[in-house]
Design a protein around this ligand. Structure first.
Ligand code: NAP
Length: 259
């Protein structure tokens, strides 16, 4: 059990982030539960973590606002004095799926800011804190995990801005992995496939058909938030110590080329 360790999980009030937070909490991790607007859902996650015997703080912070990102880090350090793991999970789809011939600059900017710019600068701030905490002997093997998507390499022309943001996250992972290796901070990218959350609720019927009838994934079921949580846990528990910049597909085999 890691009952001293602390993780910031962005967007952990719902969906995949919630699954990650609960999976870590089951193993004793203390969690900074970040949310944007849904305080009630965040409180439910906090209670669930406490009933697992662990501890959580709630931090409202919008990934698109730089002051909020700094406050997320400040509040976590004030409460726990350490950050062993950052999971950049929070992300949005375009408000409206639209043919890329017609997407607006507003939609492009919003998605890129929340999905890519926010995680980049949050990572920059957290990395500096981790380096300091390593030098003072508080941390031993801190890690950073970016939750991207199969959209990092799969074309969906009705949400181009989302795909571009996730592909960018792939390069962001490579860059931070390269820069932070000398300090002993490993960086990973997890690419979820089709996961059952609020994000995919609007296209549930389409994906039901694709998964269950057409077998778009060799493993014919929806992914669940806990599937991503378990991959995060493997990294968090230091089971991949000689890997950095690594991509882990949690997608039921979606990425396999098949004939
Ligand atoms: P979700 O169910 O819509 O939950 C999104 C979470 O992110 C919520 O906790 C939400 O907070 C938070 N959030 C949204 N905008 C935010 C912002 N500006 N600042 C801070 N937090 C914000 O989404 P999900 O399906 O769990 O997706 C989580 C991540 O996995 C995303 O990066 C997504 O792109 C990626 N992903 C999802 C799938 C999938 O099939 N679901 C597949 C591949 C990748 P509130 O509760 O306050 O709104």
């Amino acid at each position: 059990m890691d009952d001293e360790k602390v993780a910031i999980v962005t967007g952990s009030s719902r969906g995949i982030g919630k699954g990650i937070a609960l999976t870590l909490a089951e193993r004793g991790w203390r969690i900074a539960v970040n949310y944007q607007s849904n305080r009630q859902a965040a409180e439910e996650v906090q209670h669930a973590i406490e009933s697992l015997g662990s501890n959580a703080i709630l931090v409202q912070a919008d990934m698109g606002k730089m002051n909020d990102l700094n406050r997320l880090v400040d509040d976590t350090l004030n409460q726990y004095q350490r950050i062993d793991l950052l999971v950049n999970n929070a992300g949005i789809s375009p408000r409206q799926r639209m043919d890329m011939l017609h997407i607006s600059q507003e939609s492009y900017d919003e998605v890129m800011t929340v999905n890519l710019k926010g995680p980049f600068f949050l990572t920059q701030r957290v990395a500096k804190e981790m380096i300091h905490l390593l030098r003072t002997g508080v941390l031993t093997h801190p890690k950073i995990i970016n939750i991207s998507s199969i959209s990092a390499y799969t074309s969906s022309t009705s949400r181009a801005e989302y795909c571009i943001s996730k592909a960018g996250m792939g390069m962001m992972t490579i860059l931070w992995a390269d820069r932070l290796a000398e300090f002993g901070i490993n960086v990973y990218e997890i690419r979820p496939g089709i996961i059952q959350t609020d994000l995919t609720a609007t296209v549930k019927e389409k994906y039901d058909r694709l998964i269950l009838e057409e077998g778009i994934t060799p493993i014919r079921r929806w992914g669940q938030p806990q599937d991503v949580g378990k991959a995060v846990l493997a990294i968090a528990e230091d089971l991949l110590p000689f890997s950095t910049g690594e991509v882990i597909n949690v997608d039921g085999g979606f990425h396999l080329r098949r004939l």
